[in-house]
Design a protein around this ligand. Structure first.
Ligand code: ARG
Length: 271
């Protein structure tokens, strides 16, 4: 990498939810098999490593109290989209997750944020990712295109709608990761037109391999210089290091049984 282009980290604030009540009791994506055993204690230990990783990187981590009966609440990325001190709340597609929405909205209200309640299906940062001045909006499985329009109106930032086509990559953050000025993504997870849009916007993007996406390797968190990603995504990590990023692999194998990885567990709070 040429000198002067070394990625620089910036301080981040994250919101996380301890997986105290984590389970796979229902199936709302192809990763979830309610008949397979889940080790909740192991999920908590793996989550604690993720949390400690952020703290060691110098970031601030706030915690929202987990609610019994909401096993997917650990996936804080789905709790809101927060930019410029404005929190756009969420509305889940599935009834099983509906009660998470008011819990997260209440947290942001207590923390003094301006909170907007969405009218359309909107699964927060699972499908709305800030990339520079643009919001990338995933749709096809969860968040509706009408929610992209709502987000554009509330944040005053252009939303680029991207069509997801593979049910395994049901949220944008399972198929694409923002890396400061560019992104990494799995081309096959997007429609033809959306692939063309991504090529136009990010000609220097990292194109991920299927094997890395299959271990949720794109469900990663970047602070500008470090990328926290699933330990199993080894090719992805090598591709990132070639571009000058420092990679930190974390094992979230238990949470992956619900279809979630590091990014799903992490909501960025931009005040
Ligand atoms: N079981 C959860 C669901 O299907 C997983 C959510 C993962 N979160 C994410 N940001 N991709 O809704």
């Amino acid at each position: 990498m040429p000198e002067g282009l070394t990625p620089e980290p910036t301080h981040r604030r994250y919101l996380m939810c301890r997986p105290t009540y984590f389970a796979v009791d229902y199936a709302i994506n192809p990763w979830m098999d309610p008949s397979a055993p889940v080790d909740t204690a192991l999920a908590v230990r793996q989550w604690e490593v993720l949390r400690a990783t952020y703290v060691e990187l110098g970031h601030e981590v706030a915690e929202i109290a987990p609610v019994p009966g909401l096993p997917d609440m650990v996936f804080a990325a789905n709790g809101a989209t927060v930019i410029d001190g404005i929190a756009l709340g969420v509305q889940f597609r599935d009834a099983e997750r509906a009660d998470e929405a008011p819990a997260y909205a209440a947290w942001f209200e207590r923390a003094g944020f301006e909170v907007h309640r969405p009218k359309q299906v909107n699964e927060g940062e699972g499908d709305l990712l800030l990339a520079g001045d643009l919001l990338l909006g995933g749709t096809g499985f969860r968040t509706s295109p009408a929610a992209h329009a709502e987000a554009q109106e509330i944040f005053g930032r252009p939303v680029i709608t991207l069509q997801l086509v593979d049910p395994r990559y049901y949220h944008l953050d399972t198929a694409l990761c923002v890396l400061g000025d560019t992104v990494a993504y799995l081309p096959e997870a997007f429609s033809r037109g959306s692939r063309a849009v991504l090529r136009r916007l990010f000609p220097d993007a990292i194109l991920a391999r299927a094997a890395d996406a299959e271990v949720l390797g794109l469900n990663a968190v970047c602070d500008g210089a470090h990328v926290v990603l699933p330990a199993q995504a080894t090719r992805m990590a090598a591709q990132l290091r070639e571009r000058g990023y420092a990679t930190i692999g974390v094992d979230l194998s238990e949470l992956r049984k619900a279809g979630g990885g590091p990014k799903c567990c992490t909501l960025e709070v931009r005040s």
